[in-house]
Design a binder for this molecule. Structure first.
Ligand code: NI
Length: 182
């Protein structure tokens, strides 16, 4: 497994609609494994392939539960969304240190393929449902900023530009902290 470079806001691949996976082969499984590795190194709870520069419909979510295990989302789609919505703070590994309040359905039903290419259907709620919707957005070239009001988005973009001053390019190396340190 490899920790891949993260693509940050400004990288065109984040605005691409990712292509469906035709077959879950070794290449796709390697991508899944690398997404988990990169997400964990970056201390995230989800990561989409666009964020490592690959425009394919593959993402992972791990909100820290062992049961059910972390989610592999290949060609995922939301087939049902509940009527109840919730507003909560979101961030994104591709827009470090920028956070905004996003309204999303509290409960969704998703369909996807797992790491072995088997289709599954799952009801998710709460934080996990939020993470799943955030990652599927990525596969459509959508960022959490797009859900905010124009005013709020403008403020956050100005903050982002300020934080990026003097830095060039849109790639970030993820350097995992050594384990076992206090
Ligand atoms: Ni994100």
């Amino acid at each position: 497994m490899t920790v891949r470079q993260l693509h940050l806001l400004g990288s065109p691949v984040l605005r691409q609609r990712a292509a469906p996976v035709a077959a879950v082969d070794d290449d796709v499984r390697r991508l899944v494994d690398d997404l988990f590795e990169t997400m964990r190194a970056a201390k995230g709870v989800g990561l989409a392939a666009n964020q490592v520069g690959v425009a394919r419909r593959v993402a992972v979510v791990d909100v820290g539960e062992d049961d059910p295990p972390p989610l592999v989302l290949i060609n995922p789609r939301i087939v049902h969304a509940g009527d109840v919505v919730e507003v909560a703070e979101e961030g994104c590994l591709s827009i470090p240190e920028i956070y905004g309040e996003v309204e999303r359905p509290l409960q969704v039903t998703l369909e996807a393929l797992d790491r072995d290419g088997r289709p599954y259907r799952l009801d998710v709620a709460g934080y996990k449902a939020r993470a799943v919707q955030h990652e599927i957005d990525h596969l459509d070239g959508v960022l959490f900023l797009d859900h905010l009001s124009a005013v709020k988005r403008g403020l956050l973009l100005a903050k982002w530009k300020k934080s990026r001053k003097g830095q060039s390019g849109y790639l970030k190396e993820v350097t995992p902290e050594p384990a076992g340190e206090l």
